[in-house]
Ligand binder design. Structure first.
Ligand code: FAD
Length: 369
């Protein structure tokens, strides 16, 4: 029943408008409000904080239905499954009451800012500082590539509370975007996902109360390591949904398009390519479903997440390439979803931890001794 609700919502409120949003380089705020009203945001947050009181599988359904429509720039999952859990698990009661309800209705949009111009994979090298002055932190620094950056009402900011200490000197602090000293920079031009407002953010002595810190001072890096497993699982879920969508569009296309007097689907090459992709996608689908089960049982760890994220995003890039090829010249035209899916796919091997970082995590677990 929930999938049906999500599917109808995406078919009615997102799919018909999505191409225009790509041209406009924005996802309108109204769609966030409508999604909130339909119960599609903060699915696994308890009802007492305004959420749906479901579990991670409800979030998965929302991601899958957005993926089915190729609506990759609508970042509900970042908001619901990455930002909200930090506040729910590590925020003060005051922070939870202030934000979760409004995030569930779509009135407030969340973002998380870790990456800086000179530090991405190497998060310990960030330079943004939070200096404690009485009951406040004073935050100064710069972030880049921040998803939902132009629309966010709150940003979880990774900063150094003790720059002399490496990982132990890092904290996560919630910054409301109406605070003096906060400034949004450019919405960055990307090769794909044009509707997503990936941006630069600037913090010039932004003062926030100390109660805005998540967990306690110095725990930021540990929190990130804990929560990145779920973030990477969301990426795997989105990657497999993107593969399934690309294959479905391609089967439709090759069935209708003719060359040399027969449908493209009648060529053995087409059938073999599609058969190969189908088998590989099903194998990864089984892995992702198993990862979701492990996550629900609280047995899913960072190494599982690295393996799932790496293999699914690599498959996504290969599948969209093969599917584009089967579309011929039309596959290169952005009015065709496969062309956009091709450009959109490329970032998945970089963001949220690159493929190389995933390999490092997996290798470290094997050679730890
Ligand atoms: C569309 C998009 C959205 C994003 N959204 C967000 C967001 O919302 N919030 C946020 O904080 N960040 C976001 N990011 C940033 C993203 O997480 C970083 O780009 C990513 O972590 C890589 O960091 P970097 O770009 O600094 O690359 P670098 O760290 O400079 O890496 C460059 C290359 O070196 C490789 N490399 C680095 N270290 C090693 C190593 N130890 N061994 C082997 N190879 C290595 C990398 O794999 C990569 O190939 C987003 C990025 C994109 C593209």
């Amino acid at each position: 029943m929930f999938r049906e609700t999500a599917r109808r919502f995406v078919e009615r409120e997102i799919a018909p408008h999505y191409y225009q949003w790509e041209q406009d380089a924005r996802v309108p705020r109204e769609v966030w409000l409508k999604a909130g009203e339909a119960g599609l945001l903060l699915c696994d947050v308890p009802e007492e904080y305004g959420g749906m009181g479901g579990d991670f599988r409800h979030s998965v359904i929302v991601m899958e239905e957005l993926g089915r429509a190729g609506a990759t720039g609508v970042f509900f999952s970042l908001h619901s499954d990455i930002v909200a859990p930090y506040i729910l698990k590590y925020g003060s009661e005051q922070l939870k009451r202030a934000w979760l309800n409004r995030m569930a209705t779509g009135e407030a949009i969340g973002a998380i800012a870790m990456t800086e111009p000179s530090a991405g994979s190497d998060l310990q090298a960030i330079r943004t500082t939070a200096v404690r002055e009485g009951d406040e932190y004073v935050i100064s620094g710069q972030k880049v590539f921040i998803s939902n950056g132009q629309t966010a009402d709150l940003v979880i900011v990774a900063c150094k509370t003790d720059p002399k200490q490496g990982a132990k000197g890092m904290s996560l602090i919630v910054v409301e975007t109406d605070r003096p000293g906060f400034r949004r920079g450019r919405q960055l031009k990307k090769i794909g996902m044009h509707s997503q407002d990936t941006s630069e953010l600037f913090f010039d002595q932004v003062r926030v109360p100390v109660s805005n810190i998540l967990a306690t001072e110095g725990q930021g890096f540990a929190l990130l390591m804990n929560e990145l497993a779920q973030e990477r699982l969301t990426q795997a879920v989105k990657a497999i949904a993107a593969c399934e969508a690309a294959l479905a569009w391609t089967i439709d296309y090759v069935t209708q398009r003719h060359a040399f007097g027969k449908p493209i689907a009648a060529f053995q090459n087409t059938q073999f390519k599609i058969a190969e992709m189908k088998a590989r996608i099903v194998a990864q689908r089984v892995l992702v479903d198993r990862c979701i089960e492990l996550h629900l049982e609280r047995k899913f760890d960072s190494v599982d997440a690295a393996m799932a994220k790496m293999t699914t995003t690599e498959l996504q890039c290969e599948v969209v390439d093969e599917c584009l090829q089967l579309h011929g010249g039309y596959g290169y035209m952005t009015e065709f979803p496969i062309a956009r899916a091709y450009a959109d796919a490329r970032y998945t091997k970089i963001a949220g931890g690159s493929i190389e970082v995933m390999k490092t995590i997996i290798a470290r677990s094997l050679f730890a001794r």
